[in-house]
Design a protein around this ligand. Structure first.
Ligand SMILES: NC(=O)c1ccc[n+]([C@@H]2O[C@H](COP(=O)([O-])OP(=O)(O)OC[C@H]3O[C@@H](n4cnc5c(N)ncnc54)[C@H](OP(=O)(O)O)[C@@H]3O)[C@@H](O)[C@H]2O)c1
Length: 249
């Protein structure tokens, strides 16, 4: 993997992505990273899933980002279509390469309004740490199996600011949001994305699943280009929105 930007700083490998020292969120909530892969024309899925857009390098970055997070935040639509499982610790070899130490698996946090989750969803009953299911107050929780913690936050939909504050109270300091676009668009609207990892796949896809923020309200949030990596024609872009960028609003 080659670092194209910034040119003056050499790239010490994917372990660089784990550095938390400059990930300081505004008071009272975790630092929020978002990770998405998109085609060059902006498609976030092909045949309904993201896998055709991804690559081995993209999956390495996906794992490294998980290793750097305390929680994975994902919307139910993505958990359903991508058949989410409970995250496992970074496999020994990769962890050794990245950190020289085994990593804890981040906790899976799934957001749903309807709580309509088919019983065969792997994250509901599979092995690994108990996931957390956040839902609005009054949702029908009857069908959720035991072994899944439920947390009511907000009415109508999960109040995302309150959700992040409650994760912070649990000790979560870095959250990795893995989408989908409907959730990312809400986070952008609320100015809750601190760092975006965007993998640009060297392909054109077309279709209607275009735009990593979905069809949420338009809200311009300036970000700063933090790093650009390249491998096998994929670009791996990191953008950050810290105090300076927020001041540009
Ligand atoms: N390219 C990539 O990197 C990438 C990453 C992730 C996903 N994807 C793709 O994106 C597509 C899914 O994205 P999407 O935008 O359609 O859906 P999504 O954002 O994954 O999920 C939407 C669902 O999440 C729940 N939800 C969202 N916001 C909520 C809130 N504030 N409170 C409570 N629940 C909330 C609701 O679940 P309920 O319906 O249960 O109420 C809602 O229907 C799939 O095709 C997936 O493959 C691509």
């Amino acid at each position: 993997m080659n670092q194209l930007f910034p040119p003056e700083i050499s790239f010490a490998g994917l372990a660089t992505l784990l550095d938390r020292s400059d990930r300081q969120a505004p008071t009272g909530r975790p630092w929020v990273m978002a990770n998405m892969v998109a085609s060059a024309d902006g498609a976030y899925a092909a045949s309904g899933v993201s896998r055709p857009l991804s690559s081995p390098d993209d999956r390495e970055i996906f794992s490294a980002l998980r290793a750097s997070a305390d929680a994975v935040f994902v919307a139910a639509g993505t958990a359903r279509t991508e058949r989410y499982r409970r995250p496992t610790p970074v496999p020994a070899l990769a962890a050794e390469r990245l950190l020289n130490t085994p990593t804890e698996a981040p906790r899976l946090v799934v957001l749903s309004r309807s709580l309509s989750l088919a019983e065969d969803q792997p994250f509901l009953t599979g092995p690994g740490q108990e996931p957390l299911l956040m839902h609005p107050e009054g949702a029908d929780t009857a069908g959720v199996p035991s072994g899944v913690e439920l947390r009511a936050m907000g009415s109508g939909g999960v109040d995302l600011e309150a959700a992040l504050r409650s994760l912070y109270a649990d000790g979560v300091r870095v959250v990795l949001c893995e989408g989908g676009p409907t959730l990312l668009g809400q986070l952008n609207e609320l100015d809750l994305i601190d760092e975006l990892f965007l993998s640009v796949a060297p392909m054109l896809v077309g279709g209607t699943q275009v735009g990593i923020l979905g069809a949420q309200a338009e809200k311009i949030r300036p970000h700063r280009l933090h790093r650009v990596l390249e491998a096998n024609s994929f670009l791996f872009l990191t953008y950050r929105r810290d105090r300076e960028e927020r001041a540009l609003d």
